[in-house]
Design a protein around this ligand. Structure first.
Ligand code: SF4
Length: 512
């Protein structure tokens, strides 16, 4: 616990008094962190504690020690006085800090005070190069639903269960068993090309493909980096909306970061996606088609640069919902997509739920709903700040559900499912990477229990001249060490795609 959290002992005045009872060392009440004047602190009570028998010289005088030239009684009094002065000093300092913090709390600036104490700055979140949409209450505007009426893309096989696909084909006067064959082509061979469907009658192939697989994603741009281990795709949807996905190869796994909404209504000041607000929710099939397209690229050898001996899976093994959009604001379609990812082929992709991470910036009612889904996927809370003062500005939805409510909901998720929760924390230089925030985060997590959570600090891309830049390496190390010292398992996440506008939404924003 930091000194600022200690409280003076009850019944004792926090303000030290001199031997005559004057309050000579009263800290200034100007709001600054003035140090109490030690020299003025005199506490008389201790002297009586030191009275005891003393050895005497032959002349009947008390003996003096060689080291100090004082009698042992005087030595004891001096030591007791020093101890009392130290206690009084600490109490006065604590009292002053509490006063300062209370005042800063009232001003909404406690984080600046704490940053100063660490010899650091407190940079406040401000959008750069764009203006954040503000609501009538003067806060960043949140958009949970689209403002205008939007159309969804035509129904695609990936929107439907296998049974529903068969029913659809029957309705169209096509044999139901063809629905299963087409599902195999899509979910297992990653193709919608009629030329490659030799098990279907040639004269009917195009008709069936048109009915099952309306075009959902058209590739606009593909950027490759990290020696071919990272590919960023920009897709145009049927209505012209642009979304991104990022494919990343790691030893033994291939991860795809998918988008779940066109734009986003959460209005985070650091995020390119949020700038234009929410256009519409993506359909289940649009979410899934990002994986099919990625699997096709892998099958064609697109994730090149593989070293001999590297074990690289032949398809996407891990999904993170950390692309464009707030996944839990598009709850139904996202969960349909997750269920279809896990369904056995040809109903779905037959992926392991454990490789799927659903993240949120803290939509508390939806987190509670998530705990009732019967799939063991990973849940991640993008917290980015443990204190409401900063989080209100950094993650505007925090004005609706506070940091503690989001952490409570994450803990409830763990209690209900037994699955460990991830806390995502983008480390931003001088904004949220102060030591006291690491301590506060650890205290908040430990207060709810042990072993239920894992923290993933994410280094931001270094952006010289921007307030949205990565923490210094030493600060990052210190931040992680503090969490670990509190017993919180912490893993620094890898960032990919630094050269290709790697942060979510940057590519789409550049192409608008
Ligand atoms: S950070 Fe995520 S939730 Fe916030 S605006 Fe961007 S996409 Fe939306």
């Amino acid at each position: 616990m930091s000194a600022s959290n200690k409280s003076p002992r009850s019944g004792q005045s926090a303000t030290p008094q001199d031997s005559r009872g004057r309050t000579s060392a009263t800290p200034r009440s100007t709001g600054s962190t003035s140090e109490p004047q030690l020299s003025a602190l005199k506490v008389g009570g201790a002297r009586s504690a030191a009275r005891s028998s003393q050895s005497l010289t032959r002349g009947g005088q008390p003996a003096r020690t060689k080291q100090t030239g004082r009698t042992r009684h005087e030595d004891r009094v001096t030591r007791a006085d020093r101890n009392d002065r130290t206690i009084a000093y600490i109490q006065a300092k604590d009292a002053q800090q509490k006063k300062d913090e209370r005042r800063a709390e009232i001003d909404g600036r406690v984080s600046e005070l704490r940053a100063r104490r660490e010899g650091r700055e407190q940079v406040r979140p401000t959008p750069e190069g764009w203006k954040q949409a503000m609501g009538a209450d003067g806060r960043p505007e949140l958009q949970f639903a689209t403002k205008k009426r939007v159309t969804q893309p035509p129904t695609h096989f990936a929107d439907l269960t296998l049974e529903e696909r068969q029913a659809k084909f029957k309705e169209l006067g096509l044999p139901a068993f063809r629905a299963k064959q087409l599902s195999v082509h899509y979910f297992q061979h990653y193709t919608t090309d009629p030329e490659r469907m030799s098990d279907l009658p040639k004269d009917k192939r195009q008709e069936m493909v048109d009915a099952a697989f309306p075009t959902l994603l058209t590739e606009v741009k593909r950027l490759t980096t990290d020696d071919g281990a990272t590919i960023k795709f920009l897709w145009r949807l049927f209505d012209g909306s642009l979304v991104e996905s990022v494919l990343m190869r790691y030893p033994g796994r291939v991860t795809l970061c998918v988008s779940s909404q066109c734009g986003c209504g959460m209005n985070c000041p650091f995020c390119a996606t949020g700038q234009a607000g929410l256009t519409r929710n993506m359909s289940t099939a649009e979410i899934l088609d990002q994986i099919i397209q990625a699997n096709r690229v892998i099958a064609e050898g697109g994730l090149g640069g593989i070293r001999p001996g590297d074990h690289v899976p032949e398809r996407v093994t891990n999904i993170v919902f950390m692309g464009m959009g707030e996944p839990l604001a598009n709850y139904k379609r996202v969960m349909n997509a997750v269920h279809r990812m896990c369904a056995e082929a040809p109903e779905g992709l037959g992926m392991s739920a454990r490789g799927i991470t659903v993240s949120t910036v803290g939509l508390v009612p939806a987190i509670r709903k998530l705990a009732d889904e019967k799939l063991p996927f990973t849940f991640a809370l993008s917290l980015h700040a443990p204190d409401d003062e900063l989080r209100d500005e950094l993650i505007p939805v925090n004005s609706r559900w506070k940091a503690d409510e989001a952490i409570d909901a994450a803990y409830e998720y763990y209690e209900k499912t037994g699955r460990r929760v991830s806390i995502e924390y983008a480390l931003i230089k001088d904004m949220n990477d102060h030591g006291w925030r690491a301590d506060l985060l650890a205290e908040k997590l430990n207060a709810r229990g042990k072993g239920w959570v894992h923290v993933n600090p994410i280094p931001l891309n270094p952006t010289p001249g921007s307030i949205w830049t990565s923490s210094e390496p030493a600060v990052t190390r210190e931040w992680i060490a503090r969490l670990e010292a509190h017993g919180i398992p912490t893993t620094l996440r890898d960032t990919r795609g630094k050269e290709i506008d790697g942060a979510c939404g940057q590519l789409a924003a550049a192409d608008e």
